[in-house]
Design a protein around this ligand. Structure first.
Ligand SMILES: Cc1cc2nc3c(=O)[nH]c(=O)nc-3n(C[C@H](O)[C@H](O)[C@H](O)COP(=O)(O)O)c2cc1C
Length: 169
């Protein structure tokens, strides 16, 4: 473990990383009693092709993730640029299941909620979790991948705002 000296404060750290664009997913799953759960995540990424692994970093204060993890499966819902409301809804504090109110979800192969009008879904079985600083690195074995709406531009998060990942060809 290194305790390297730093040349910046946490506000600078956040600001500089705000200049690094990320995609946005909502990680969905279910609690042990079947209640739908989800949270907005910008750190989701492919890790390995053979075997297929994907993962994300989740803060240790997350309320939804430990409940999803008890069932051992989750789905990454890749948001479209038009889903800003969904992005913020699943990022705001909510302990009463209200994140899903008024949303008509379908189901992924692993039984997780699939949000309507998402660009793609990636189903995972929880393989591993590593404590890293104040976050956990969650590693999932990918069990199903689908592009549901190929024509929709994916969401990009940049400098604190949602935008559009369309690249002109
Ligand atoms: C664009 C965006 C990206 C985010 N990415 C992450 C992330 O990668 N990891 C994380 O722990 N929280 C991330 N968050 C914050 C969580 O969505 C937020 O803390 C949420 O309230 C957690 O919900 P929970 O406590 O129900 O688990 C992100 C929020 C936004 C708006």
């Amino acid at each position: 473990m290194s305790d390297a000296a730093t040349s910046f404060d946490s506000a600078q750290y956040r600001s500089v990383f705000g200049h690094l664009p990320t995609g946005v997913v909502v990680i969905t799953g279910r609690s042990a009693n079947g209640e739908p759960l989800g949270l907005t995540i910008g750190s989701f990424t492919s890790i390995s092709l053979d075997p297929p692994l994907a993962g994300f970093f989740v803060g240790r204060t997350s309320r939804s993730w430990p409940l999803i993890a008890t069932r051992g499966v989750f789905t990454a819902n890749v948001l479209s640029a038009a889903q800003s409301e969904v992005c913020w809804r699943f990022a705001k504090d909510a302990t009463d299941g209200s994140r899903f109110s008024g949303i008509d979800c379908s189901s992924s192969l692993n039984g997780s909620p699939v949000l309507p009008d998402v660009v793609a879904t990636i189903d995972c079985t929880l393989q591993d979790s590593h404590m890293v600083g104040d976050h956990d690195l969650v590693v999932g074995a990918v069990t199903d991948v689908r592009v549901l709406n190929a024509a929709l531009p994916a969401m990009v998060f940049f400098k604190g705002k949602t935008g559009d990942a369309r690249i002109e060809s």
